[in-house]
Design a protein around this ligand. Sequence first.
Ligand code: NAG
Ligand code: NAG
Ligand code: NAG
Ligand code: NAG
Ligand code: NAG
Ligand code: NAG
Ligand code: NAG
Ligand code: NAG
Ligand code: NAG
Ligand code: NAG
Length: 653
Amino acid sequence: MRPSSHLSLTRGLLLGLSVFSAASALVHEKREVASPNWSRLSRAHPSDKHVVRIGLTQTSLEEAHDLLMNVSDPSSSNYANFWTAEEVADKFAPSKETAREVQGWLTASGIPATRIKQTQNRGWLVFHATSKEIESLFNTTYYEYHNRQTGKKAIACDEYHIPEEIQKHVDYVHPGIRLGPSAAGAGGNSKRNAIKKRSALKAHERRKAHANHARGLNLTTCDEAITPDCIRALYKIPTSRAAAHPNNSLGVFEEGDYYAQKDLDLFFRAFSRNIPNGTHPIPAFIDGAEAPVPVENAGGESDLDFQLAYPLVHPQTITLYQTDDANWSYNTTGFLNTFLDALDGSYCTYCAYGECGNDPSLDPIYPDTDPDGYDGKLMCGAFKPTNVISVSYGMQEYDLPESYQQRQCMEYLKLGLQGVSVLFASGDDGVAGPPGDATTNGCLANGTVFSPAFPNSCPYITNVGATKVYPGYTVHDPESAVYDPAGLSSYASGGGFSNIYPIPDYQADAVAKYFKDHKPKYPYYEGGKNIGKNGGLYNRLGRGYPDVAANGDNIAVFTNGEFDLSGGTSASTPIFASILNRIIDERLAAGKGPLGFVNPVLYKNPSVLNDITNGTNPGCGTEGFSTAPGWDPATGLGTPNYPKMLKMWLDLP
Ligand SMILES: *[C@@H]1O[C@H](CO)[C@@H](O)[C@H](O)[C@H]1NC(C)=O
Ligand SMILES: *[C@@H]1O[C@H](CO)[C@@H](O)[C@H](O)[C@H]1NC(C)=O
Ligand SMILES: *[C@@H]1O[C@H](CO)[C@@H](O)[C@H](O)[C@H]1NC(C)=O
Ligand SMILES: *[C@@H]1O[C@H](CO)[C@@H](O)[C@H](O)[C@H]1NC(C)=O
Ligand SMILES: *[C@@H]1O[C@H](CO)[C@@H](O)[C@H](O)[C@H]1NC(C)=O
Ligand SMILES: *[C@@H]1O[C@H](CO)[C@@H](O)[C@H](O)[C@H]1NC(C)=O
Ligand SMILES: *[C@@H]1O[C@H](CO)[C@@H](O)[C@H](O)[C@H]1NC(C)=O
Ligand SMILES: *[C@@H]1O[C@H](CO)[C@@H](O)[C@H](O)[C@H]1NC(C)=O
Ligand SMILES: *[C@@H]1O[C@H](CO)[C@@H](O)[C@H](O)[C@H]1NC(C)=O
Ligand SMILES: *[C@@H]1O[C@H](CO)[C@@H](O)[C@H](O)[C@H]1NC(C)=O
């Protein structure tokens, strides 16, 4: 898709010329606003040489959604007929025709073919040319610019032209109208927040005082502490199961937080004696990451994720995707790109939405010469993605440029095409972001507008919100949306509506029904460009989340060698991911394949989930959104009913 700065002006007159002529050239990009801190110096010297890069368009971006639905929608004859990684990389590289057309125009315009090279990922045509040559090629004038703040120099023009028949093949050119890193000024916010764990930690700290001892917990105490037995009872997960398939390890992502073997062993001994002492995840360590750590340095997030997942998936294995070296992990402004690079080598250099590869102003840079740094090359395509990936970390849409988020969202779509199910924790702050993200209360505009989470609002992932067994209730009663006002900041199931992505088709009916039957009492605005307009608190036209939910409060864990209670949508996500992993083992035993992107199936079959109808997800000084019969933006479609989900997926191809 083209960046918004593209202008499609009134069509130029086509004079029927067989060669490309400047007469048929249209403005391709034009600078709308001055670039702050860059001052224009003199005109570029005619004989100065430049490296010219022409970004080729990937027409498949527009088809991508339909391609994913073709293999994810249960009514498609092609359901679960997933693509290979190579087929996906090929499909999203610019077509041969695109490269040939642009090359033809360049040579017809006097750039010798011998000078033009196509990059390996096929995304760019690159050549050396003088200012004079490119001024003529693009019918424009180039100037030198100087950045007052950084001292950097660059050349750029105010607008440039490309023949009408070539325009559709070109994303953008460099040098062109852009100055500095592409992300800057593309929607990023200066006040960024790097909080990423869907934090078990806050709950962990404040609950220490109330902690029960592990002994004495049983199915009657699930309203005090959630053990593996409570989870199995809540979601009717049997202990009998198909054999663990060798190619169905459960993928778990961690960053800047590390498990301790001793904590896992203590937990297995207390709650899952069938799991042998010393059982540990298979390492898939990315860009210098290391694990485990000594028990005193263990992280609440990693310990929680493994202690929830192992009892549900054992004897299936778990693969740990631990990302980034000690210097970068958890400290970068960007997030998840180095992980996705490691799963898909083509993503390292993939261009979309005007961004190619990692953003040097946001993402880690490898090799890292820091003493703690990983001095190898950025890992590209080092690991095959597992069938299910559980991620209990996130940020807010507000924190990152829109183009950065959209490019990454496409990558989740591509994983779905390959049959990978990607699950994210929906956030622990209800309709808000974490305190201090955007405003002190984590909300947008003047602190009243709800803050959608990243990458949760991407329509190609499955978001897991959190539920709770309130005191006095049992595993046989319906659960409620989690809400805990105590502690440093209140904890509520993350949910709401995107300011970036519109409502996807698979969700349209569910969202419409919610607005019709359970109209929220707050005013809304329409479209992400109108944040807060008319006093609106949320985008009525945005993708809603979460999609599903699972228990996420008072979880029994061992961390730093001690029994404790933890919580967060961080907990809900590995529970839901483990259930999908179990279902895939059953499907593989029946000669079927993995599940891929599960949302289209779940929205068409909401009865395989336990609808949650009690509770809300407060934030921004409001009650948040109410749960309701059917989908709602606090608990999605509801919590898993394992036997029903299994039957449905065994009946599907
Ligand atoms: C080049 O662009 C200018 C506007 O910048 C336009 O007036 C002129 O007609 C163009 N020349 C050709 C040959 O297309
Ligand atoms: C411009 O420079 C000032 C400091 O001189 C800085 O505060 C500001 O963030 C810069 N603006 C951009 C868009 O980089
Ligand atoms: C899915 O793709 C296949 C193969 O390209 C095509 O034959 C089929 O018509 C598509 N189905 C739908 C529902 O779009
Ligand atoms: C379950 O735990 C409770 C509280 O510790 C205890 O009173 C009860 O006897 C236990 N029940 C069983 C079946 O162990
Ligand atoms: C597991 O995957 C590998 C490579 O992807 C394949 O060669 C092997 O046959 C698979 N094993 C089973 C049991 O399907
Ligand atoms: C980066 O994060 C780690 C925690 O993962 C922290 O210990 C370290 O001090 C941070 N480094 C910097 C430079 O902020
Ligand atoms: C579990 O393994 C650890 C490390 O090998 C060992 O120190 C510990 O004693 C073992 N615990 C049990 C209960 O076997
Ligand atoms: C270490 O990380 C920080 C960001 O947390 C970064 O500024 C610094 O450049 C890194 N060190 C090296 C040598 O890359
Ligand atoms: C700011 O806050 C007031 C209420 O305190 C509200 O009326 C107004 O619409 C809010 N939103 C924006 C974007 O200013
Ligand atoms: C419903 O949720 C509220 C919190 O929003 C909680 O206090 C109450 O106990 C819940 N009711 C049931 C039946 O779980």
